[in-house]
Design a binder for this molecule. Structure first.
Ligand SMILES: [Fe+2]
Length: 296
């Protein structure tokens, strides 16, 4: 009896599985994510994964298309789609013969309007996804430890708040049939040699510091990092690279806090349009205007 109650206390929150085949019902707790042999390749190796990195130049936003090409349906998902690029994204999905099932966001963006709403209107059946902690609306509200499957591939959800309250990082699965090295879609929590600002939307520099160190820097060192933005022309980094060279997150916690409190960034130009729209996952009547980079 005592044993059972102890077990109940130590068990992690039950994992919610989205669209997952039964053989993927086990997910290791985040704290047990272990390092494995480091590979030198900068490209993910998986025969099954179809991967595209797409760019929207006005807000310097990356959108990622992932699909299981070996599955008969070729199920696909988009991470952080931008409203004005939806035509491009859906054309690509069509050309590649994919079946889009999810339009996902890493967080409530302040610098552009998500394409999730437009995508849902154009392809009925696509489900929008965002974190429950974001307090916004979507078809599926995910939490840390949840698992989002597309065909035989899957993404794990890691909570990485600090840029906003509801930021998450999506990480490809840990297993021989999953992409290797692993891939982490960090949103604005961790940018290449930078990080998202922490001065609005429930941001907290100390929380961001903890999130990155506990949820991203604990991934295998060769994990490929794909941010939501880049303003300098970078496309991908690794955990090892950012642990060595990130000018902010290699600092001690207090020094990081001082850096973040003294960035003196302007008020984001799109925030008053983008945030209300993104709180309903882009399902609103919004005419987005050109934007400038404001996210870091
Ligand atoms: Fe952001």
């Amino acid at each position: 009896m005592l044993r059972l109650s102890l077990l109940r206390i130590t068990l992690p929150r039950p994992t919610t599985l989205f669209n997952c085949p039964t053989r993927h019902t086990k997910l290791r707790p985040q704290t047990m994510a272990a390092s494995y042999t480091t590979r030198s390749s900068s490209h993910p190796r998986s025969n099954n994964l179809l991967f595209r990195q797409l760019f929207e130049k006005e807000s310097s936003t990356y959108t990622y298309l992932l699909a299981d090409r070996s599955h008969p349906d070729k199920p696909a998902l988009l991470i952080d789609p931008v409203d004005k690029m939806v035509e491009r994204d859906l054309s690509l999905v069509k050309e590649l013969g994919l079946k889009l099932i999810y339009a996902m966001n890493t967080h409530v963006h302040a610098d552009h309007v998500t394409g999730s709403g437009l995508i849902k209107n154009k392809i009925p059946g696509v489900k929008s996804i965002i974190s429950k902690a974001s307090n916004s609306q979507a078809d599926l509200l995910i939490e840390a430890g949840d698992k989002i499957c597309f065909g035989d591939l899957f993404l794990e959800v890691r909570a990485t708040p600090g840029h906003t309250l509801g930021c998450v990082t999506y990480v490809t699965g840990d297993g021989p049939d999953q992409p290797q090295p692993r891939m982490a879609f960090t949103g604005d929590a961790l940018l290449i040699r930078g990080c998202g600002r922490t001065d609005f939307q429930g941001g907290s520099s100390l929380q961001l510091y903890k999130s990155v160190h506990s949820q991203i820097f604990t991934l295998p060192k060769d994990t490929l990092l794909f941010p939501a933005h880049d303003y300098k022309g970078f496309t991908v980094s690794t955990v090892e690279e950012e642990m060595l060279y990130n000018p902010r997150l290699t600092k001690e916690e207090e020094a990081f806090k001082n850096i973040m409190e003294n960035l003196k960034l302007p008020y984001p130009k799109m925030i008053d349009i983008a945030v209300p729209a993104n709180m309903v996952c882009g399902l609103q009547d919004v005419s987005a205007k050109p934007v400038e980079a404001t996210s870091n």
